[in-house]
Design a binder for this molecule. Sequence first.
Ligand code: TNX
Length: 502
Amino acid sequence: LMFIAVVFLTSCEKKDKPHTHLSDRSLIPVPAQVHKMDGTFEISKNTILYTDGNKELDKVAQQFINDFKGLGNLELKTASLAEGIDNGIVFKLSQQIDTEEGYKLKVTNHQIQLEAKNPEGIFRGAQTILQLLPAKQTEGWLVPAVEIEDFPQYAYRGAMLDVARHFFSVNDVKRYIDLMAAYKFNVLHLHLTDDQGWRIEIKSWPKLTEIGGSTEVGGEKGGFYTQEEYQDIVKYAAEKYITIIPEIDMPGHTNAALASYPELNCNGKATELYTGTEVGFSSFCTDKEITYKFIDDVIKELVALTPGPYIHIGGDESHSTELEDYIPFVNRVQDIVYKYGKTPIGWDEIRHAKLKNTSVVQFWANKENALAAVQQGAKVLMSPASKAYVDMKYDSITPLGLSWAGIINVKTAYNWDPATLVDGIGKPEIVGIEAPLWTETLSKIEDVEYMAYPRLLGYAEIGWSQDSLRYWDSYKKRLSMQYQYLKQKNINFYESKLIPWY
Ligand code: TNX
């Protein structure tokens, strides 16, 4: 009789207590170590989130609470962690964990415990907890029991948005940041200036935005960020542990500035505003002193808005600048950036100049450039156009985007390794990866999302996860399971036929 009672009781318990399995969840990027355990933790309105009293950690906890509220319409309460607490959710700083951005997560029947050495690591781990939740409530907010230890492969995991060809509002940029954060990106590079537009207010040169910011590709009204708006973006990103890297592209790609100030032109005449999509026709006048006064002013103001370590100086496709002028120009601009305490990044052509060994070269098309940069001791940021350019079409009938670097379907975007792509450039030479999105053909945030998603999830995994854990078949399945999450966040993503969407 007792035997029957025990069987009855345990089966009753199983029926009453909702449970879930790790196999019902999809983690992107895939963590370094995952141990499946038995059990389920249920987050309910009575669940308390404990933190150990660090102010910054409390802010991270508050963000988790907000994210969960957005999902589940439940507002978790917080309390400070005390000796002996063994239920609820615990966010705790721990010196046992020594990896940058790394975290340890343990989920049991009665507790979710997240540990990291700093709040940034807790923030990354909190994104994992959110992916362990269902995308929408069915039986409850169930988290499968698991033990995870995780840390990133590359310190720089970025995306770039071109706000110059078409302008995107502060809210558009914030929306882009939100989804990047969910997949553990930590850098957003903003391409702020180009032939078609100057998008950042520079108080000492106001016509840059007044004139240079007034249009965009196609001749529509452009726009620009005031310094306050820009700082708002920087702060918003910083709360999600994303660094904004501003780019002022030069000496080419500068028509918007050249149209705003005649003195920047060699002939002293302002150019016309440009709303087409050609490249390579504009150049600063590299042998006029006013050019360097201008750049010094711009970089000084930009540095004051930039808590991150890098200023991007462009340097690509300067087809209207002689190499003998280009080289001393880049050398001087590099010095200006260092003078203000920042490190320059430039597109791979800047290798022609004399690079400092802390400067970073962004490889996009020319392997020889990347190799020559490494030979100078510079580091490389991997953005190979044929793999990582999210403005390339998914297939021949994609209505948006370009195809000069090839067609990049979701598999091509995922299936490559930055550390083996270029002979002679391995992991020690690489700071990380970045997926640029150029916007000649993209005028609305929905267009941006269509090109970026779902490919950005693949770059997130390439940047974060070990190469030995990355398999297309596994990724394909995990990506398919992100469907509801992307829908729930209202992302206009491309439903690739290569993915068996659920
Ligand atoms: C090349 S990539 C460019 C951009 C264009 C892009 C279009 C690079 C450094 N320069 O000016 O927008 O191609 O795909």
